[in-house]
Every structure is written in C-alpha cells, then in structure tokens.
Design a protein around this ligand. Structure first.
Ligand code: NDP
Length: 449
C-alpha cells in the first residue's frame, strides 16, 4: 500500500531519515500513517497542531550499558533500552524484552504500537517499551539475577509508579520480573507497583499470566460472532510456545477448539490428536527445554525443523504468538488456500504488511496485535489499580474485567472502521480508535512537548 497524500508521504520520509536503519519502526509507523490519511482530512486541527509529527517521535529514548559477571568470572556487557514514547493519557507503560535481536529500532516499534494499544484498553496508560540484547536462554539463575540487577540499577532512575511502569515480554517472565523488582526495592526503599507481572505473593494480579493469550481468544471470539461463528470444533494453529501461545492454547481448548500445532524458534510440532498442553507447559515453563522433546512421550506427533512452515498446517483459526514478521505473504496465501476463517495476532506485528493485505483482500477476520493482544497490558493496568488500592481481586473478577475490556476494544475498533467506511477492517479501526483518544489529549495539553 502507498500513501495518497503528500503530507503523509513527506512525514513518512522524515521518519525514515530521522531514524535510519530501523526497518521495524518504519513498518509500524507506515501502517498507522496509512490509516491516518482520512483522519487528517476529517480533522484539520490535528494537522495544525502537528499531532502526527509529534506522535511519531518518542518523548524520550534512554540507552544504557549493562555490565555483569558470568558464572566463569568473565565480565559481560549488554545494551539496555527504554523508550518513553507518549505520556498523553497516563504513565508510560509497556514490557521489557530480553532477546539477542533487540536493538533501538525494535524497541521503538514496540513502544510506538503500545501507545495505540494502551489507549484502546480504555485505561489511563501511556506508551513505552524497553529491553536488552541479553539472552536468558542457556544462562544460570545466578547469571539471570546478576544481569537483571545490573539492568535495574540504571533503569530505576527513569521509572516509577506514576512515571513509567514496565512489565514482561519475550524473555522476561516471573523470574526476571522478581529479580528486577527486588533490586528496585533495594535501591528506592519503597514497595510500590513499579512493575507489573509480579508474583502473586508480592503484589501481582491473578490472570496476568494468562491475560494476553486469553484476551486474544476473547477478541477472536468477538470477531467470529459477527459472522455467527465460534471456536467450537475448529482446528487452531498457534506459533510460539511461550507465555502468550500457551494461554491462547488453553483458552482455545476451553472454547471447544482443538490446537493441532505449536512451535518454538527451532521448529514446530503437529499432533493430529490435539496438542497435549500440560506436556508443553511442563517442557517450556518448568524444564525450559526445546519443543521437539514433545515427541518423546507423543509418538503420534511429528516435528519439523524451522518454525515458519507451521503455517502450512491446515486450520480454521491461526494465532501467531511468537514474534514480529513471522507470517509472510506466502504463509498468508497458504492459510487462505487451506480455509482459514480468522487470524488474530497474539504477538506484536507478526504478520508482514503483504500478509495483512492477503487476509483483508480475502475477507479473513483479521485481528491486529494492537487490539487482539491488548489483554496483557489491560490486566497490567488492573494490577496497577489493585496495587494503588492495596487490594486484590479474585480470578473471576479480573477475568470478567478482561473479557469486558476485550469486548469493548472489539466494538470500538469496529465502530471506528465503520465510520471510516470499512467495517470488517480491524487494522483501520484499531489504529483510528487508539489514535483519537491520544490525539485529543495531546491537543488539549498544548504544544510544550
Ligand atoms: P515468551 O518469551 O514467553 O515466548 C516467545 C515465544 O516465541 C517462544 O516460543 C520463542 O521460542 C518464540 N520466539 C521468540 N523469538 C522468536 C523468533 N525470532 N523466531 C521464532 N520464534 C521466536 O514471550 P511472550 O509469549 O511473552 O511474547 C510473544 C509475543 O507476544 C511477542 O511478540 C510479544 O511482544 C507479544 N506480547 C506479549 C505480551 C505478554 O503479556 N507477554 C503482551 C502483548 C504482546 P524460543 O523459546 O525458541 O525462543
């Protein structure tokens, strides 16, 4: 897709020039600006106030050294990042990713998406994201702890419960959040809700672990309902086998579907009987092993090396829950040929722009990550509320709130898409609905930042 207006084309060129060699950031910005052309036409006040120019520029970008000592006594040096992208509607909020592929551009793309996602939840949260090129895979608990402590020693200077509240993402789960929270508390001498995704015994919220995966299924359920359909008796393919993938699989089963394939970064498993989710949880959450080990106790299953071929498995519902750009044009064409009805992004930007076009052209129900995976940050928002109240809600209470939030995100995205002339286009709807609230807040707050 290309721009219709010179104004947006010029802005896009400026972003590419000002943030060179950051393809993921350019991709995320382009997707949003393409949806903004009709918004700019309808709302000249946003153009006049430079809202579009301002929203693509982070309020603050923090890059820092993280040095630590490994188990052999060697000094290791990693890079740390925190992008505080937009605080118009609340404190910066967004996860931390620890993965060797992390760089400034990846964190900027994630922080940018987070602005619109957080706005869509209806909760008062601005957009931010952070992380490091540190790889927790293969490291001892002691090494992970020393890294997390060093990382937080610098990050603590920039965050706070009313300023910036990080959470988990790829490579950052309960263990890493625990080590970072311990270090923050030591440094600041205060027990506050500065991180979300905390353990249940020190301020965490029930359902946070399940929230992104469950929320992705609740969103898919809403999309299916617009065509009188549901998860019942559908075959589901889910990429990844991390936090989001596992709980998307759990909810798919609860809603009456069968999950036939899952993956990790090395390859994918296919089980015609339906993936045994307890076995996957044991392998990935407890033993931290590779997914191919699933075959040891499940001889009827097959394993194929290379994670991208998972999209060749026939299914009616596809939930990409691993990482960005993991589903390309060819994969989208194969899914369509095999009769896919709905695709919802548990991961952030897992579908390439060409793949999204294929889904939209073929009238596949397509839930973009900003909307479909917003359940995680929404429940983080609920964790913040509980921390402020010094109170805990029950599993059922939080799950009900999560369901309602996902339903509202679906209806506001659909409503915005309808207003702008393309009811089934959730990409357009999510971007516009997310943008309007932030844009109005920026407009009302003046031009000082
Ligand atoms: P986890 O680290 O728990 O799991 C990530 C999964 O994706 C693993 O199975 C991993 O395989 C696989 N993976 C990671 N990198 C790659 C890669 N480059 N190529 C192929 N597979 C890869 O992360 P989460 O489940 O938390 O996050 C998954 C996605 O969901 C990310 O895009 C994240 O931004 C997004 N997300 C997460 C939220 C949350 O609440 N956790 C909220 C909203 C979005 P391996 O084990 O081999 O590395």
């Amino acid at each position: 897709m290309s721009f219709r207006t010179e104004y947006m084309q010029d802005l896009m060129s400026r972003v590419e020039k000002n943030h060179p060699a950051q393809p993921e950031f350019h991709q995320a910005v382009k997707e949003v600006l393409l949806c903004m052309e009709p918004v700019a036409e309808k709302n000249p006040q946003y153009v006049q106030a430079g809202i579009f120019e301002r929203i693509v520029e982070p309020e603050r970008a923090i890059v820092f050294r993280v040095s630590w000592v490994d188990d052999n006594g060697n000094v290791q040096v990693n890079r740390g990042f925190r992008i505080q992208f937009n605080s118009a509607i609340g404190p910066y909020k967004g996860g931390l990713r620890f993965h060797p592929s992390v760089n400034l551009g990846v964190i900027k793309f994630l922080g940018f998406e987070q602005i619109f996602k957080n706005s869509l939840t209806g909760l008062p949260m601005g957009g931010g994201k952070g992380g490091s090129d540190f790889d927790p895979k293969g490291k001892s608990d002691g090494e992970v702890m020393r890294f997390c402590q060093s990382f937080m020693t610098e990050l603590a200077k920039h965050i706070g419960p009313n300023t910036d509240v990080p959470a988990g993402d790829i490579g950052v789960g309960a263990r890493e959040i625990g080590y970072m929270y311990g270090q923050y508390k030591r440094l600041q001498n205060e027990f506050t809700g500065v991180l979300t995704g905390k353990g249940l015994n020190y301020g965490g919220s029930l359902v946070r672990t399940q929230a992104t995966g469950y929320g992705c299924c609740y969103f898919t359920q809403e999309m299916l309902a617009t065509r009188g359909d549901s998860f019942k008796d559908k075959e589901v393919v889910i990429s990844g086998s991390g936090n989001v993938a596992i709980y998307a699989a759990e909810k798919s089963y609860e809603l009456g579907a069968k999950v036939v394939a899952m993956s990790d970064s090395n390859g994918y498993i296919y089980d015609p009987n339906g993936i045994d989710l307890d076995a996957v949880k044991q392998l990935k959450e407890v033993e931290r092993k590779r997914i191919k080990e699933y075959l040891t106790d499940h001889p009827q299953a097959t394993y194929e090396e290379g994670c991208h071929n998972i999209w060749n498995v026939k299914c009616q519902i596809a939930l990409p829950c691993a990482t960005q750009n993991e589903l390309n044009k060819e994969a989208a064409e194969t899914l369509v040929k095999n009769g896919v009805i709905a695709v919802a992004e548990g991961a952030n930007m897992p579908s390439t722009p060409e793949a999204v076009d294929i889904f939209l052209e073929n009238k596949v129900l397509f839930g973009p990550g900003k909307a479909a995976n917003a359940g995680g940050v929404a429940t983080s928002g609920l964790e913040m509320s509980q921390n402020s109240l010094r109170y805990s809600w029950s599993f059922e209470e939080v799950d009900e709130k999560l369901k309602l939030i996902m339903k509202n995100i679906h209806s506001s995205a659909r409503e915005a898409a309808t207003t702008y002339g393309d009811a089934d286009n959730y990409v357009l709807g999510a971007n516009i609905a997310g943008f309007l609230k932030v844009a109005d807040a920026m407009y009302m707050q003046g031009i000082a930042y």
